[in-house]
Design a protein around this ligand. Structure first.
Ligand code: ATP
Ligand code: MG
Length: 418
């Protein structure tokens, strides 16, 4: 038997109703907040990610699905969406058409991580990116969108963490402070972090090795090293969250796994998820567009881990499964033929209708109707056809009523509309 590739998964029909519900709620919300959808490819030139995400990140160092195309070009299955959205924004010169862009995209990402609960090699994200807004209210607006989505999905038990990562003016001073802290400390760092200590010490906050986590317990806080502009930006973000009663915690250890962030960074954590507790993360990336060859335009965005969100919403799955409105139990050749006609006619009226083509016994057909969960069954045999009527059975009250065949479609449409 040929099976799934390790770390990949199928999403079966029993689950897809919840996925669709989540996407519907998200699309509606993006609409309300003035976001337009962008669809981007899953395959990009490797250099796009190497240059944007950062060479010493876990993603670029060990997680990318990179391969040589038959022509020899190095291609990569996208591990995240922001780089591709920025590429598209630059490539199509969107900035020249409008100074502000609010975009969202939904789709799969690929990272060759160790598969475990909440960690897959193909997983799904909902991404939002805003270009051209420097105002801290734009940061708050985006976080507000994210938390409103969580609210509309009736998700509880989540916590928003926020931090500021400073800018090109103040971050170098913090990096220096962090480096001297780490050089003086006797704690053992993993070999990756020893290397990061020189090149990119902030990354060590994101290391999952227990010894490195411990080494960072008393690390200095970036919030004590922000320049005036970054501090005031962060204060406005916080004040805006308070204004809209969004609970949050500041967390000076929050750095995110990608290098391009500046100023605001945030994550939504859910305790119920266990070890992989991040449902969403994002932040501001004011230098990324320029770094990728575009104009000097600020950006800010987030990514929601849909697989983890679905896991948190699993208890909502039940009510979402679609059931037929009507099952037609047709007995005999003549009734089967008429039923086939009604099937199409009713479906054209948005009535989800099913029948059994095998013309089995009434008992077998009723069993099938029950299994499908149809609230109404139309029972029609050759005798009923002759009389010009059929029996419409309400499956929960067990009541049956006679319906004239000429009124059938209208009666059924009315019943299933309420
Ligand atoms: P983590 O710390 O869990 O590895 P991350 O910082 O690598 O997350 P991001 O790159 O910020 O994650 O991606 C945003 C969201 O995508 C995460 O918050 C998470 O919900 C989800 N995510 C990331 N990697 C995976 C994965 N391998 N499988 C499932 N979901 C993932
Ligand atoms: Mg990760």
């Amino acid at each position: 038997m040929i099976t799934l590739v390790r770390g990949f998964k199928d999403i079966l029909p029993a689950e897809t109703a919840l996925w669709q519900h989540l996407e519907d709620v998200a699309r509606q919300l993006f609409d309300d907040f003035g976001f337009a959808e962008l669809r981007i490819p899953v395959l990009e030139q490797t250099e796009l990610f190497a240059r944007s995400i950062g060479a010493d990140t876990d993603i670029v160092e060990k997680e990318m699905y990179t391969f040589a195309d038959r022509s020899g070009a190095s291609l990569t299955m996208r591990p995240e969406a922001t780089a591709s959205v920025v590429r598209a924004y630059i490539e199509h010169k969107l900035y020249a058409k409008d100074p502000v862009w609010k975009l969202y995209t939904i789709g799969p990402m690929f990272r060759r991580e160790r598969p475990q609960k909440g960690r897959y090699r193909q997983f799904y994200q909902i991404n939002a990116e805003v270009f051209g807004l420097e105002d801290p209210r734009a940061d708050a607006e985006l976080i507000l969108l994210l938390m409103t989505l969580m609210g509309r999905l009736e998700l509880s038990g989540i916590m928003l963490h926020i931090n500021s990562l400073g800018c090109a003016a103040c971050r170098p001073h913090f990096k220096e402070a962090l480096r001297s802290f780490l050089t003086e400390s006797t704690a053992e760092l993993c070999s990756d972090c020893l290397r990061r200590r020189e090149k990119n010490p902030l990354r060590i906050f994101d290391c999952k090795v227990p010894a490195c986590k411990e080494a960072m317990l008393d690390a200095p806080s970036i919030l004590d090293h922000l320049c005036d502009q970054c501090r005031s930006h962060f204060e406005t973000v916080q004040a805006s969250l308070e204004r809209f009663q969004i609970p949050y915690q500041t967390n000076h250890r929050l750095v995110r796994g990608l290098d391009y962030y500046t100023r605001t960074a945030f994550e939504v954590l859910a305790e119920a998820l266990g070890a992989q507790d991040a449902v969403a993360g994002g932040g501001r990336y004011d230098s990324l567009v320029k770094a990728l060859g575009g104009p000097d335009q600020p950006g800010i965005g987030f990514a929601i881990g849909v697989d983890r969100l679905i896991e948190l919403l699993a208890h909502q799955r039940q009510g979402l499964e679609k059931r037929p409105h009507l099952f037609i139990a047709a007995l005999g050749t003549g009734a089967q033929d008429r039923a086939f006609g009604w099937l199409q006619e009713l479906r054209m009226q948005n009535v989800r209708t099913e029948m059994d083509f095998a013309d089995r016994s009434l008992k077998a057909q009723m069993r099938r109707a029950n299994k499908l969960g149809a609230p109404y069954v139309l029972i029609v045999g050759d005798r009923e056809l002759e009389e010009g009527s059929a029996e419409l059975r309400n499956m929960s009250t067990k009541e049956q009523e006679k319906v004239r065949l000429q009124d059938l479609v209208e009666v059924v449409v009315n019943k299933t509309r309420n």
